[in-house]
Write a protein of this length. Structure first.
Length: 221
């Protein structure tokens, strides 16, 4: 099976899942069923990869506990950045505090994001099924200019979540960590994505970002 065929098959399963969720929710939620189906689907995806978030939080706690030892290494090898990086990485690995664990949830979400992107792309002709749904009168296939009131709320929520996540990242990562500045800016990419994607895709991203914030609050208390 080719990659495109595999993607098509998985996209079909995801689309069928969304349709089933929307049908299940329609009696109770009416016209909001399609939008709520996307929210439920997103939460299900995040629950599926929640073990990676737990590993990320555990690695972060262990990394914080190593801060005094890392400070000693910085002082000892301040004139030898290569050896500093090597010994710091060795120390982190020996104590189960891999710096790469922070990227695991994002990497795991990437395929689901691409899948969702394909699912919410309207085909030729009038949208059908979930894509024919609306959120407070705005079609789920609409882009920013056609659904400004709803998009304005989504962008405001996305901006607030990005600010909170960026602030938390800066607080948790050492000031001299070169990755700190990059990692603290990554959440703001969601704003551009929400503004560019159709409403269904923006709803997926904002729901996912809200789940990330909830995970951080629960797992890193």
């Amino acid at each position: 099976m080719s990659l495109s065929s595999a993607l098509g098959a998985v996209t079909g399963v995801a689309h069928s899942t969304l349709e089933g969720l929307a049908t299940l929710l329609t009696p109770a939620t009416g016209t909001l069923a399609a939008a709520l189906a996307i929210v439920v689907f997103t939460v299900a995806v995040r629950l599926l990869i929640s073990p990676l978030a737990w590993l990320q939080a555990r690695s972060a706690r262990r990394g914080a506990a190593l801060a005094p030892e890392i400070a000693v290494l910085r002082e000892r090898h301040r004139d030898d950045p290569v050896r500093l990086a090597t010994e710091t990485l060795a120390l982190q690995r020996a104590n189960g505090a891999s710096p790469f664990a922070a990227m695991l949830p994002a990497l795991a979400q990437a395929p689901f994001f691409m899948l969702m992107y394909h699912v919410v792309q309207p085909g030729a002709g009038a949208p059908t099924g979930v894509l024919a749904g609306h959120l407070f009168g705005v079609p789920l296939t609409a882009h920013l200019a056609a659904g400004l009131p709803v998009f304005a709320v989504l962008l405001a929520v996305a901006g607030l979540l990005a600010w909170w996540s960026s602030r938390r990242t800066r607080r948790l990562m050492p000031a001299d960590n070169p990755l700190g500045g990059v990692m603290s800016r990554l959440p703001y990419l969601s704003l551009a994505a929400v503004a560019w994607l159709p409403l269904a895709g923006g709803l997926y991203l904002v729901t996912s970002a809200a789940w990330t914030a909830l995970e951080q609050l629960v797992l890193r208390r």
